[in-house]
Ligand binder design. Structure first.
Ligand code: GDP
Ligand code: IMO
Ligand code: MG
Length: 426
């Protein structure tokens, strides 16, 4: 029970932050292995709400080492701002290290994200405009800067001299401001000074902890359906949020990561563009959005809302091997007059139980639902499974039957304490 991977199993914002923080109270280490400050992870305890972006959700436990691992992209300015905000909120005793192999997300990546979205017009992805796609593109193009470069001044200067002209050609092609060497170099030196003591080989550290049988939690960002490979391409993010990616993105053998907890909302949400078969456009969407406060943590955009889609959950289970579910925001369901679960799709007159790879085909999928009776009780104070209303339990048991996954955790409110655990996982 020493390692646990927390996997977003829909389109993000499933409540990964809440669950990670919950387990982090017993964790020796919490690792964020991909994504950047496109993530927004909300945590509520002691009547305070915190919104984390790149900082791992173990930050509130002073005994936990928080790791920003090699697969992440680090916006230095945003990370500094995030830490300053936490410190102003009284979170001063924390442990944080950053991989020397993590790529640096530069201001020009943000400029390019905005320009590319604008040029896509109607076909825009609806990104968070944080520069994530362009930063991972630089990484794959081998013109990225890495955290460890901040510790090697000669290399930093030489590398910057060779990559900046290439970056400026692209900026110019979008009529964007070009960057001078001095400007970029002084920016990097400023943050090198701030972060130099936190930069290390995090893979060695994580493996040491695992060998010592310490408790290591891997916090996913985004959701499986936003995976660059297995998500609703091209309406995805630019990294892989799958549990499968954690091994590569944090430098740990895959056989050490054999326990995966999928986190799913009791319904579905999505921000940004892209297919969403069980999306609702009626008053039920508004009811769920208001009760669930479904507005983006990062961009404040209203989230798109739909019924729970078990075709998606089964698809993600197949790819990731997730064995358990944490079912989140179950309290919000009480606004509905009946509960529906999508169990298959109709595509061109055929019933299918998979997610088509092609965007147009997925857009043509119509959801097939089962309908269950609702519950109207306020469950936000329930402390055990037995206390839940019968119809709530029937809904949970239906999900278990359709997915073959054990719903091991039920979340009945945003607070750390509003968590029902049916099975010890960590
Ligand atoms: P993440 O990105 O997966 O960490 O999820 P977000 O934090 O972006 O979005 C989840 C939202 O749901 C946040 O506002 C949480 O405070 C809230 N939340 C989490 N669990 C529950 C729950 O069980 N009930 C309610 N009502 N809100 C919850
Ligand atoms: P957490 O960790 C929800 C979405 C964006 C957009 C697409 C690409 O809080 O669950 P990007 O800026 O990554 O290039 O945007 O991915 N997206 C998220 N949606 N939750 C997130 O993170 C997301 N991170 C990215 O809205 O549709
Ligand atoms: Mg979020």
């Amino acid at each position: 029970m020493s390692q646990l991977v927390i996997q977003g199993s829909q389109w993000g914002d499933e409540g990964k932050g809440k669950i990670t923080d919950y387990f982090a109270q017993q964790a020796d280490m919490v690792v964020r292995s991909q994504g950047g400050n496109n993530a927004g992870h909300s945590i509520v305890y002691n009547n305070h709400r915190y919104a984390l972006k790149l900082v791992p959700s173990g930050i509130f436990n002073p005994n936990t080492i928080n790791v920003i691992a090699n697969g992440t992209v680090v916006n230095l300015e945003a990370l500094k701002g995030e830490l300053d905000l936490l410190e102003s909120q009284g979170i001063t005793k924390y442990q944080l290290v950053i991989s020397d192999r993590a790529n640096i997300l530069m201001p020009y990546h943000i400029d390019l994200d905005g320009a590319k979205e604008a040029n896509l017009g109607q076909a825009k992805i609806g990104t968070t405009k944080k520069g994530i796609g362009p930063c991972y593109t630089s990484k794959a193009e081998r013109i990225g800067l890495r955290m460890g470069d901040l510790l090697e001044d000669e290399y930093l200067k030489d590398h910057l001299k060779s990559i900046l002209p290439i970056i400026n050609i692209e900026l110019k092609s979008y009529n964007l401001k070009e960057y001078s060497f001095d400007e970029v170099y002084s920016y990097l030196k400023k943050y090198a000074e701030i972060f130099k003591d936190k930069i290390t080989n995090t893979s060695i550290l994580i493996n040491k902890y695992i060998k010592e049988n310490k408790k290591v939690l891997f916090e996913g960002a985004q959701g499986a359906m936003l995976c660059l490979d297995h998500g609703t391409y091209p309406y995805v993010t630019s990294s892989s949020p799958l549990a499968n990616g954690v091994s590569l993105n944090s430098g740990v053998a895959c056989y050490l990561l054999d326990k995966v907890l999928g986190v799913a909302k009791a319904y579905t949400t999505r921000v940004g563009e892209g297919p969403f078969p069980s999306e609702l456009f009626d008053k039920n969407a508004d009811l769920l959005r208001e009760k669930g406060h479904e507005y983006g943590t990062v961009t404040k955009r209203p989230r798109r809302i739909g019924y729970l889609d078990c075709v998606v959950l089964n698809y993600v289970k197949n790819i990731t091997g997730m064995q358990h579910l944490a079912l989140m925001l179950v309290d919000v369901l009480s606004v509905l007059d009946e509960l529906k679960i999508c169990v298959s799709y109709s595509l061109d007159g055929k019933t299918i139980d998979y997610v088509p790879s092609n965007l147009y085909a997925y857009n043509r999928c119509k959801p097939n639902y089962i309908t269950l009776p609702t519950f109207k009780e306020d469950i936000s104070n329930c402390k055990s499974y037995d206390e839940l209303p019968t119809n709530c339990k029937k809904y949970i048991e239906a999900i278990e039957e359709i997915t073959g996954l054990k719903v091991s955790i039920i979340s009945v409110g945003p607070d750390r304490n509003q968590t029902i655990v049916r099975e010890k996982l960590f």
